[in-house]
Design a protein around this ligand. Structure first.
Ligand SMILES: Nc1ncnc2c1ncn2[C@@H]1O[C@H](COP(=O)(O)OP(=O)(O)OP(=O)(O)O)[C@@H](O)[C@H]1O
Length: 257
């Protein structure tokens, strides 16, 4: 059971981005980091998988079903995209926006178990004290955490996280990534997180996908992908990996001369 991207081609009006992009299946229970320099197409790839953009050719299969043949509603239930721009404009409270995400398409009155679920997720992300605050009055990092709560209460099969920790402080970054990894493993979902912080990605991702020049230029465990010349080449830096005493990897990057 997995997400399979095969032969995907896509371009914007002025330029082509992907020409037959294929990735090895992304398996349930696996947290993959999608890495690559600015403008390489990470967000666009997410939008294609979420069905917000249409490829000119190629397919995306979820558990064997072609997502192009799914109704918009079904796809929205199964695939959740957390975008980089989480600015929330609705003058609603935190609890309400997360509950709305939980109720999703079903609308209607909230059930007691929906309410309990929202309370649990707010607690898990450490923002239950913000329940009654208006989302418009939150800081960028707090809004990012609310958006993550929306993602988690929806129980998707595929969770696409576009820079999920970009606005978070150090501790929150670690807490969020721990939680994302746990949820991915426990619920058996496919999670792909676009991350610029390679150190953070190394620490939490089961697998690295390097996107460069319209294709997956490297794919595998962090150590393998980061030691491959393709990654240094993509970022235009010299990369060195060091193993700490506790076995975790540290990434050092330097400009090329
Ligand atoms: N709506 C659009 N119309 C035209 N070009 C676009 C549009 N959105 C993105 N692009 C271009 O497509 C390319 C890929 O953009 P995308 O946002 O997918 O990259 P990214 O890898 O997510 O970048 P970053 O790491 O900076 O967030 C860029 O050159 C960008 O300028």
């Amino acid at each position: 059971m997995s997400l399979e991207i095969s032969g995907l081609s896509f371009g914007y009006r002025t330029h082509s981005l992907f020409d037959g992009l294929t990735a090895l299946p992304l398996r349930r229970g696996e947290l993959a980091a999608l890495v690559g320099p600015n403008g390489v197409g990470k967000s666009s790839l997410f939008r294609l998988v979420a069905g917000l953009l249409k490829p000119s050719c190629g397919t995306i299969h979820l558990d064997g079903h072609d997502t192009a043949t799914m109704s918009e509603r079904r796809r929205a239930e199964r695939v959740f995209l957390l975008t980089q721009h989480t600015a929330m404009r609705a003058t609603l409270g935190v609890f309400e926006v997360v509950l709305l995400a939980k109720r999703g398409w079903s609308g209607g009155k909230a059930r007691p178990d929906d309410i309990t679920r929202v309370e649990r997720v707010l607690e898990e992300l450490g923002i239950d004290h913000l329940s009654d605050r208006l989302v418009t009055e939150l800081s960028g990092g707090q809004q990012q955490l609310v958006a993550l709560c929306q993602a988690l209460v929806r129980d998707p099969d595929v969770l696409l996280l576009d820079e999920p920790t970009s606005a978070l402080d150090l501790r929150r970054q670690l807490e969020v990534m721990h939680l994302v990894r746990r949820v991915t493993h426990d619920r058996g979902i496919v999670t792909v997180a676009a991350l610029h912080d390679l150190g953070l990605a190394c620490r939490f991702a089961d697998r690295f996908l390097l996107l460069h020049e319209g294709r997956i230029a490297a794919d595998g465990p962090a150590r393998e992908v980061l030691s491959a010349g393709a990654t240094s080449n993509a970022y235009g830096v010299r990369l060195a990996i060091e193993e700490a005493m506790n076995g975790s990897l540290m990434v050092h990057a330097d400009l090329l001369n």
